[in-house]
Design a binder for this molecule. Sequence first.
Ligand code: ADE
Length: 353
Amino acid sequence: MSIISDDKDFGTERRNPVIKPETIETDKNFENSIRPKTFETYIGQQALKETLKISIAAAKKRAQSLDHLLFYGPPGLGKTTLAGVIAAQMGVDIKITSAPALERPRDIIGILMSLKGGEILFIDEIHRLNKVAEEILYPAMEDFILDMTTGKSQTVKTMRIPLPKFTLIGATTKAGELSGPLRDRFGIIHRLEFYTEEELSKVINRTAGILNIDIDEQGALAIAKRSRGTPRIANRLVKRVSDFAIVKYEGRITEEIANEALDLLRIDEYGLDTTDRTLLKLIIEKYDGGPVGIETIAAAIGEDVRTIEDVCEPFLLQAGLLQRTPRGRKVSAAAYRHLGYKSHAALEQKSLF
Ligand code: ADE
């Protein structure tokens, strides 16, 4: 069995932050500065864009607010960006928050009461809203009413406060964890898809242009190939490769320069980093290719279950390297090949003789 040598022992190396699809605090300014503001500059998600353009045109024609929208799909695919584009197209302001910031009733009440007519409220990670916040949201979404209770037991009073018509855009990586009643209150529910290499190349060219970096077609494609179908990762890689190119190659990115920089970041030709490879190698070497439970994997590689489920797995599943079965995770023959092992079937056959 051949074992690729670049990774350390299981659990000793942390995930490369460059290819985490979640937002990294220090990258927020960069991300905000390159966000597209129009449907024309927002690349990919073609079917969704067409649906949204029609909904926006209809809402404008009727002089009404847009229906509440729910976007779901893996992190980094542009849900927040799209909400910003919708607000710009509607010509309204957007307030952006996330469910963990709405822990106390007064958090959600405060934000609802601050909304003006037609405005968009964007709630990220909406599957993490607590029950109380959800209950406040139902009449607000349905009838634009805020039901407030004051006082205690005997003297409890309910006040119904009218709210201006607003649009809620919810985003989640876990549509399955949303409660039924909340899900039912969204007029439009849409899944965001991973991007093709061609679409990512366009995102990369656009970002390189903003950064004033000279990139050729093959250079953009080389970065696109390792971006895990995710524009947030593509943008981060452009930034890192640009830094490398500025220091070593007078700010020019070709295929060779991109590959040299990405190799240095230990991001392989599938876009996998050391954590992904460690996870797959663990299942192959210690669990005979699986199936093995997610808790066992998490403990062995020193990551938490949520990170594995939300960050590593969506792409490994999509790339066909990992499979989810009722008895746990299994690696595919493609994963054996990619990591330089003989396939499971070949190993089994060998052991017969
Ligand atoms: N940056 C992040 N997502 C993008 C997209 N869909 N189009 C253009 N630039 C982006």
